[in-house]
Design a protein around this ligand. Structure first.
Ligand code: PXP
Length: 256
C-alpha cells in the first residue's frame, strides 16, 4: 500500500483572493493535481473565508464526484459559528458530501492549525458531530498530537481516522536528537492507532525534504500537503511538484 497524497489547495485560493476575479482558478488547479497523480484534494474553509470559500467546496464536490477514486477531504472546526456566506462546517459537509471530513480545533485568529484536539475537553461536543458526519456518509478524521491517551479517546468517541499533526516534526528538522524524539512519538502513536483500528493520516509542514522519513510511519494512509507543495510549484510547476511528492510516497522500503 502506498500513502495517498491529498493536495491542499488553500494557498491557490489565498492568491486568488488577493485580487478581484477568479485567477488563479482553484478548480483548474485541482484538475492539474489530479492529472499528475494526486490521490485527493483537501480544502480548509474558515468562517473568515480568507482562502477557500464555500463555493470552492461546492464546485470541487461536483468535479470530484465525477472522478473515480479521487478523494475529497474538507477540514475545519465544526464548532466555529456560521459567518456571512460561510454556513458552518456541518452544513457545508451536508451539501458537498466529501469522502472525508477532518475536524480541526483551530480558532479564527489562528494563522494556521497548530495543535491537535484535547479530547478530555472536546469529546462531549464532538460525539454528536461525528455521528452526524457519519450519517452523511463521510469518514471522520480528527487532527491529533501524537499523544497515546488522546488517541485512545479518539477511538472511544467514534473517529475513523486520526491526522497526526506534523508541525513539530517538521520544525525539528536539522536537530537530530529532537527529530528522533518526536519521530518516536509519532511511531508510538501510529502503532497504537493501528492496534485500536484507527486509520492514520498526517499533515502540516511536510515537504520534499522531510516527507520521506515521515512516510516510513507504519500504516500511514494519507498525507495532506499544501504550503510547501505550492511553493515548490512556483519553482517547478504544479504537475511536476505533485509528481515529486508522489515519487517519494512510492519509494520502496517504507514502513508498510
Ligand atoms: N492538515 C491540516 C489539518 C491543516 O490545517 C493543514 C493546513 O491547512 C494541513 C494539513 C496542510 O499543511 P501544509 O499547508 O503546511 O502542508
Amino acid at each position: 500500500m502506498s500513502t495517498a497524497l491529498s493536495v491542499n489547495l488553500n494557498k491557490i485560493a489565498l492568491i486568488r483572493n488577493s485580487r478581484e476575479g477568479n485567477y488563479p482558478c482553484v478548480i483548474e488547479h485541482a484538475k492539474v493535481c489530479i492529472e499528475y497523480g494526486a490521490d485527493g484534494i483537501t480544502v480548509h474553509p474558515r468562517p473568515d473565508q480568507r482562502h477557500i470559500r464555500p463555493d470552492d467546496a461546492r464546485q470541487l464536490s461536483k468535479l470530484l464526484s465525477a472522478q473515480k477514486n479521487i478523494e475529497f477531504n474538507i477540514e475545519g472546526n465544526p464548532l466555529a459559528a456560521p459567518q456571512g456566506s460561510y454556513p458552518g462546517l456541518i452544513q457545508l459537509v451536508e451539501e458537498t458530501r466529501p469522502d472525508q471530513c477532518t475536524l480541526v480545533p483551530d480558532s479564527d485568529d489562528q494563522l494556521t492549525s497548530d495543535h491537535g484536539f484535547d479530547l478530555t475537553k472536546a469529546s462531549e461536543k464532538l460525539v454528536p458531530i461525528i455521528e452526524q458526519l457519519k450519517l452523511f456518509g463521510t469518514r471522520v478524521s480528527l487532527f491529533m498530537d501524537p499523544d497515546p491517551d488522546q488517541i485512545k479517546l479518539a477511538r472511544q468517541i467514534g473517529a475513523d481516522r486520526i491526522e497526526l499533526y506534523t508541525g513539530p516534526y517538521a520544525a525539528a528538522w536539522g536537530n537530530q536528537e529532537e527529530l528522533n524524539r518526536i519521530f518516536r512519538q509519532h511511531l508510538g502513536a501510529a502503532e497504537l492507532a493501528l492496534e485500536l483500528g484507527l486509520g492514520i493520516n498526517a499533515g502540516h509542514d511536510l515537504n520534499l525534504i522531510n516527507l520521506e522519513k515521515f512516510s516510513t510511519i507504519p500504516g500511514l494512509q494519507e498525507v495532506s500537503i499544501g504550503h510547501a507543495l505550492t511553493v515548490d510549484a512556483i519553482a517547478m510547476g504544479l504537475g511536476n511538484a505533485v509528481q515529486a511528492y508522489k515519487q517519494i510516497l512510492q519509494r520502496p522500503n517504507r514502513g508498510h
